[in-house]
Ligand binder design. Structure first.
Ligand code: KPL
Length: 308
């Protein structure tokens, strides 16, 4: 069955290219006429991975088109996902299925509330990918995508065809998986954004490692109070392992700051601070980072306005 991809960032392009390569009918939705024209000039996505470069041609439509959508992969930035969903709402029917794949927490629940839990699948991925240029994606690290449904342990994996080249896992407790990813993102992303450093430096610069340790302890207190089981070792060890494994990379949050784009801080650290408030738990170090990243965003936004 046809897949429609909304959100042509790194993960959206990776999934679109993999589907096309597996012989599954797939198309993109682009929301602005300028992006649509930019895509039409290329006519496809270039996938760069261990097998070399593959050009994967596929059609695209503007969000405002009328073509019905049966299976939607929603993989915009978290802060944009509700607006993105609204832009194609008129193309969805009660039979349409939606797979949401994004960072952070909070918006998945909002999308499930808007569309109805039963037709929304939620994913969490450890695949590493980045855009070398618009619609040209590098699959930099092979991971796994866990997929499940909020409040339902038995949801089935969506039909992606037998030749689909990404690793998938049916997840009976996707909410806990999202919390684990959130824990890693809360420990690594804001720190790298404010220190303008590679992930690996969090494990080699003592002051950064110490700050990461405090963030992990604060996070664990919230997770414990929420009854969320994180990892089978302390969060600090797990986060440092991820920082080392992705040592040469710049976190997605730092990349957003450097490219003067909005970050997902509200859906990552902002979500955690909100949960902590509800539980009456103090998370002063996360709160301080939330403010610092907000200030960085404001400063980069002002400098972008100044440039244009
Ligand atoms: O997911 C990540 C990101 O950059 O968003 C990693 C590399 C794991 C850091 O949190």
């Amino acid at each position: 069955m046809h897949w429609t991809i909304l959100g042509a960032g790194a993960i959206g392009c990776l999934w679109a290219a993999q589907l096309q390569r597996a012989g599954v009918p797939v198309s993109l939705v682009l929301r602005s006429p300028a992006r649509f024209a930019q895509y039409q000039a290329k006519g496809g996505i270039t996938l760069i991975d261990g097998t070399g470069e593959t050009f994967c041609p596929m059609p695209a439509t503007l969000a405002a088109a009328q073509t019905p959508i049966r299976q939607l992969l929603l993989c915009t930035k978290a802060y944009d996902s509700l607006a993105a969903l609204e832009s194609v709402w008129h193309r969805l029917s009660t039979d349409s299925r939606i797979l949401v794949l994004q960072n952070g927490l909070g918006t998945q629940q909002q999308i499930a509330a808007r569309a109805g839990k039963a037709r929304v699948l939620i994913g969490s991925t450890t695949d590493g990918a980045y855009l070398r240029a618009p619609f040209e994606v590098v699959h930099a690290g092979h991971g796994e995508t866990a997929i499940g449904q909020l409040g339902c342990a038995a949801a089935r994996l969506p039909d992606l065809g037998p030749g689909f080249g990404l690793q998938l896992r049916q997840d009976p407790n996707i909410e806990a998986t999202l919390w684990r990813k959130l824990a890693i993102n809360c420990a690594i992303n804001p720190l790298t954004a404010v220190h303008d450093c590679r992930n690996g430096e969090l494990a080699t610069v003592p002051a950064y490692t110490q700050a990461l340790g405090i963030l992990c302890t604060e996070f664990e207190a919230v997770a414990r109070a929420r009854g969320i089981v994180l990892f089978d070792r302390p969060l600090q060890e797990q986060a440092l392992q991820v920082a080392r494994n992705t040592g040469d990379n710049y976190s997605s949050m730092l990349q957003d700051i450097r490219h003067k784009r909005p970050t997902e801080i509200e859906q990552i650290t902002g979500f955690l601070c909100h949960q902590a408030d509800l539980l009456g738990i103090d998370v002063p170090h996360h709160r301080a980072l939330l403010e610092q990243v907000r200030q960085l965003e404001t400063a980069t936004f002002r400098s972008r306005q100044h440039e244009s």
